[in-house]
Ligand binder design. Structure first.
Ligand code: SAM
Length: 303
């Protein structure tokens, strides 16, 4: 769209010097675009400077700033229940089909939230892409967080080819499926039947054959599975402490347990590990969880 405005006309060879001078004097227009006219460049200015004339200029398209949100595939999760902001998100981002607001914290054994629809299609299902892999998600039925994408890649870098891995709290399978890129076999164990169905679908979606979905309570895994895992992932940050004995019974000597927790101080949970056969512990901050609290992982190498 065009709009009238004052501008200065300078020969092309003087354009760059003029542009810098106008910026320095804080008079270059932020609303209108400079344009070329034959051998001259027309710079729109904020006020009728000496020598300025009236011209028509193209307007600079301003993109309204978008409200704070997290993206999970085609679902935007907004920090506030702001329906006008939700409509703006839908209009500005073609990849978003649904805008939700979390009515609750992550809750219950299955670690899901209650959602309300702010805009778009009334669904809690979407497909999320992470480093070339796809995850079918249903936020109503099973946990998923796209904030762990970097953490999954960090753990993947630690996996040696052919490892046997156990994901004790697998959700819809993102850790299991990412680690399957290098591992020989991954057991993706989960208590929530809907999540296990999604793991099965995600295995098909990613055309992989080395992930075995397992519907089980992590408390029973040492009765069903043989000891000897190279690596165990324990991503149940608010409750995995009581599952540590089961992980230590299943890990092989020299293997690694990734134990996730929420802490308010570095090293806070290291005393919990004193009664276990630990060779080495490394604490790594995954992300900020809340003011003064961090989602951390203890990478534990077992004796
Ligand atoms: N690892 C997944 C991820 O990163 O998306 C899911 C993590 S989520 C925080 C924890 C998962 O543990 C949930 O899917 C929940 O259903 C599952 N869970 C909770 N208690 C469990 C138990 N006793 N045995 C097995 N899985 C359990």
């Amino acid at each position: 769209m065009e709009a009238p405005g004052y501008g200065v006309r300078v020969p092309r060879e003087e354009a760059e010097l003029t542009r810098r001078a106008l910026i320095q004097q804080k008079v270059l227009s932020k609303r209108l675009k400079p344009r070329i006219e034959g051998e001259y460049v027309l710079f729109p200015v904020e006020s009728p400077l000496f020598g300025a004339e009236e011209f028509f200029f193209d307007m600079i398209e301003t993109i309204p700033s978008l409200p704070r949100h997290d993206l999970i595939g085609g679902i935007a999760v907004m920090a506030e229940p702001d329906t006008a902001g939700a409509e703006l998100l839908l209009a500005q981002r073609r990849s978003i089909h649904t805008v939700l607001f979390a009515e609750s914290e992550v809750e219950g054994e299955f670690r899901t939230r209650r959602w309300s629809l702010l805009a778009g299609e009334d669904t809690r299902k979407t497909v999320c892409m992470e480093h070339g892999q796809k995850f079918l998600i249903d936020l109503e039925k099973a946990f998923f967080s796209s904030r762990l994408v970097t953490e999954r890649q960090r753990v993947l870098q630690m996996v040696e080819n052919g490892e046997t891995v156990l994901d004790m709290f697998a959700g819809v399978g993102p850790f299991a499926i990412v680690l399957a890129k290098r591992a020989g076999k991954v057991i993706a164990s989960e208590l929530n039947p809907s999540a296990v169905t999604l793991i099965e679908q995600n295995i098909k979606l990613n055309k992989i054959s080395n992930v075995l979905p397992f519907l089980a309570d992590a408390r029973h895994l040492d009765l069903i599975l043989e000891k000897g895992f190279d690596r165990i992932v324990m991503n149940l940050p608010h409750g995995a402490t009581c599952f540590l004995p089961f992980a230590f019974r299943l890990i092989k000597s020299g293997g690694t347990i990734h134990w996730y927790a929420v802490v308010s101080k570095e090293g806070m949970l290291i005393p919990v590990l004193e009664k276990f056969p630990v060779k080495k512990i490394r604490e790594h901050r995954v992300r900020s969880y809340a003011p003064g609290r961090w989602h951390v992982v203890y990478d534990i190498v077992v004796v």
